[in-house]
Design a binder for this molecule. Structure first.
Ligand code: NAP
Ligand code: BLA
Length: 325
């Protein structure tokens, strides 16, 4: 039985709770939250013990695995605390907000002989499957465009609209880069434009009302890609679109609709809903811990995507294209 401590009580945390409850190999033992009132439901529904800090939970109960599902700015410190206590760690992306923290955590996990797994649910969904399975059919890929933008009015004054908590937009939304890096590999260079609007003239400088970030990637394999991520008040149309242009055809995904386009025919592709990806991630972690089965991603891959995202941040600041080594 794998005894689990969970940090966070938000959307990702709730889906983790459901996945853990459904798996007989795991037992949710502790939940860590800033707010004792918010954890009451977990205590009532699942009979878990609640704590206000991870350190406190580690002192009070026996745990094997810590799942970190709280705000991005806290991931690195929490992962370090858990690894130093010799616990396995699952952390929602991004692993850390800096490359130094991320690399130190990988080294620490290795020396402690503990699992460090960074969730990348975008790789487990049906869009990625349809993308990968139909890639060959478009021939040599030249250009990819991936856009996920979401209007939100009014923008919430929450952590995910705060640079210090969320990170640079493509760091917080690391999945947008990871989805392409998993398929096209290493990046040669990147340029990026990031526009941020603050909530209002008197508001805290840390909150923004809109972010719109677009990056141009040159992959070493020759593929050029444009990735656009945005959310907030100045976005007027929700878009979730992935286009792959090859020399023999194209793939075009728009929301849950997909088509494979050839000169003489267009074929509809089935793309299912995005449900069940956190459960799939949790299952793979438990498989790995109990049978040693390899996971779908290793932390080095996530940290490489983080390196690309931070290069995008530098490119947007300097206005210069950044070459990755
Ligand atoms: P959320 O619903 O907003 O929950 C955030 C959690 O962080 C809350 O449980 C809150 O718990 C805790 N927290 C700590 N400091 C906070 C602060 N200053 N403001 C607000 N909450 C604070 O967020 P989420 O969507 O679950 O995201 C959590 C993590 O999962 C993030 O790293 C995100 O990138 C990742 N993720 C989420 C999704 C998704 O579909 N939502 C997908 C992939 C990855 P307490 O107050 O109880 O401590
Ligand atoms: C990713 N969703 C995320 C992330 C955050 C949220 C913080 C990680 C950062 C990012 O990649 O953008 C938060 N998502 C939200 C919030 C809503 C939302 C607050 O849709 C409010 C409605 N996540 C959800 C809901 C779904 C969802 C309701 O909270 C709906 C089906 C899915 N969120 C989802 C998925 C990802 C994600 C699949 C991974 C992103 C990807 O595929 O690249």
């Amino acid at each position: 039985m794998i005894r689990v401590g969970l940090v966070g009580t938000g959307y990702a945390a709730r889906l983790r709770v459901q996945a853990l409850q459904a798996d007989p190999r795991a037992q949710l033992v502790a939940i860590v939250s800033h707010s004792l009132s918010r954890t009451q439901a977990f205590v009532d529904d699942y009979g878990v013990q609640r704590f206000t800090s991870l350190e406190e939970a580690l002192r009070a109960v026996e745990l094997d695995l810590i799942v970190i599902a709280t705000v991005n700015a806290e991931h690195a410190t929490l992962a370090r605390t858990a690894l130093l206590a010799q616990k396995h760690v699952v952390v929602e992306y991004p692993l850390a907000l800096t490359l130094e923290d991320a690399n130190n955590l990988i080294a620490l996990a290795r020396s402690q002989r503990c699992l460090l797994h960074v969730e990348h649910i975008e790789l487990l969904g049906s869009l990625q499957q349809a993308f990968v399975h139909n890639l060959e059919a478009v021939g040599n890929v030249g250009y990819v465009q991936y856009t996920t933008v979401k209007p939100q009015r009014p923008a919430p004054r929450r952590w995910n609209y705060q640079l210090s908590q969320f990170g640079f937009p493509l760091v917080g939304a690391l999945s947008r880069l990871q989805r392409l890096i998993k398929v096209f590999g290493l990046v040669d260079s990147i340029s990026c434009q990031a526009y941020m609007w603050s909530v209002d003239s008197t508001a805290s400088e840390h909150h923004f009302s809109t972010c719109l970030c677009t990056a141009q990637l040159a992959f070493k394999c020759g593929v050029a890609a444009q990735v656009t991520y945005g959310k907030g008040e100045r976005i007027w149309l929700a878009e979730r679109r992935l286009e792959v242009h090859g020399d023999r055809g194209a793939l075009h995904f728009d929301g849950n609709q997909g088509v494979l386009i050839h000169a003489d025919a267009t074929q509809t592709l089935e793309v299912g809903s995005r449900r069940g990806v956190f459960a799939a991630d949790t299952r793979q972690v438990l498989d790995h811990l109990t049978t040693g089965q390899p996971l779908y991603i290793i932390p080095e891959e996530s940290v490489y995507a983080l390196k690309v995202a931070l290069a995008a941040a530098t490119a947007s600041k300097t206005g210069q294209r950044v070459h990755l080594d």
